[in-house]
Design a protein around this ligand. Structure first.
Ligand SMILES: NC(=O)C1=CN([C@@H]2O[C@H](COP(=O)(O)OP(=O)(O)OC[C@H]3O[C@@H](n4cnc5c(N)ncnc54)[C@H](O)[C@@H]3O)[C@@H](O)[C@H]2O)C=CC1
Ligand SMILES: O=C(O)[C@@H]1CCC=N1
Length: 270
């Protein structure tokens, strides 16, 4: 029996597998990963030493925790393929955006099911995950929270609808920060700095800002207060921030996150 099985060995499954192995939550021989792609399976076998298989049913029947890590659009087919072949005592954990627990239960029958919305920084132990458990999985939720806390930070939410918000916030969120980094690097180049210097300073600034915000949070200091500390009256930051405000940066962020949340709800129809 494997401790954890991953159906779909894509980007997000790799982030979780790498994270849990690094933190020694599981040993490589306690994990099995399945995929339709031999290339992906070779990568898991070679880079992480875990067992791999093309057979979703074989993995499903031998796992204590079964992580569903395929795209939402392929989830119906995947669930139909493994229904009836899952170990009776298994915990089902879906990381798919939008796929609701009742959709999973309809196909698989009654199981403890947990939805987790992780994110790719789990790759380096700095993930952020939201967790929602159905009634049958309340006991297992604490264990899973510990797993995701070991590869970042995890928050258990009270309602399944909140998972759609978590998806728009921390699931998709890394991409928002990466976009900001891309634009800052490109802008610095446009203004005359060389690419390597622009990249080094951008990445270190993003890292420094995140680290300072986390450290300061322990003392109750908010990001808004930290922003004020950078902003000298009549200085350069104030001049820059006025442009963000004039062009409604806050409204753009809200609009983007609302659309992401709606997309998550739409995916539940798949
Ligand atoms: N990438 C991200 O940042 C995040 C992704 N997610 C969720 O994680 C899930 C996976 O996303 P990614 O890893 O980005 O996608 P991906 O495309 O990298 O991985 C999906 C994998 O599933 C495999 N696959 C397809 N059909 C299969 C089948 N029938 N049986 C076994 N494997 C099959 C594909 O070959 C692929 O390797 C999605 O449902 C997504 O909503 C959740 C949080 C963050
Ligand atoms: O873009 C997506 O649909 C997935 C879910 C959250 C991050 N990536």
């Amino acid at each position: 029996m494997y401790k954890a099985g991953f159906i779909g060995g894509g980007n997000m499954a790799e982030a979780i597998v790498k994270g849990v192995l690094k933190k020694k939550i599981y040993k490589p021989n306690e994990i099995i990963v399945t995929d339709i792609s031999s290339q992906r399976l070779d990568c898991f076998s070679r880079d992480y030493g875990v067992d791999v298989s093309h057979d979703n049913c074989e993995a499903s029947s031998q796992c204590q925790i079964l992580f569903l890590c395929t795209k939402p659009q392929s989830m119906r087919g995947v669930l139909n393929g493994i229904a009836g072949n899952i170990s009776e005592s298994a915990l089902i954990v879906s990381i798919a955006a939008g796929i609701r627990i009742d959709f999973i239960e309809e196909i698989l029958g009654s199981f403890p099911v947990i939805r987790v919305m992780p994110n790719t920084p789990a790759l380096c132990g700095a993930g952020a995950a939201g967790i929602y458990a159905n009634k049958a999985a309340q006991k297992e939720a604490a264990n899973l929270e510990a797993v995701f806390n070991s590869i970042g930070k995890a928050v258990v939410v009270e309602t399944e609808d909140e998972i759609d918000i978590v998806t728009a916030l921390s699931g998709s969120g890394p991409a928002y920060f990466f976009l900001m980094m891309e634009e800052m690097i490109a802008s610095a180049q446009e203004l005359g700095l060389d690419y390597d210097s622009a990249k080094t300073l951008t990445l270190q600034t993003a890292f420094g800002a995140a680290m300072l915000a986390l450290e300061s949070d322990k003392e109750g200091v908010t990001p808004a207060r930290l922003r004020e500390q950078v902003t000298s009256p009549g200085g350069t930051t104030e001049a820059a921030l006025k442009v963000f405000q004039r062009d409604q940066f806050g409204a753009i962020v809200l609009m983007a996150m609302e659309i992401a949340r709606e997309r998550s709800k739409e995916l539940s129809g798949k």
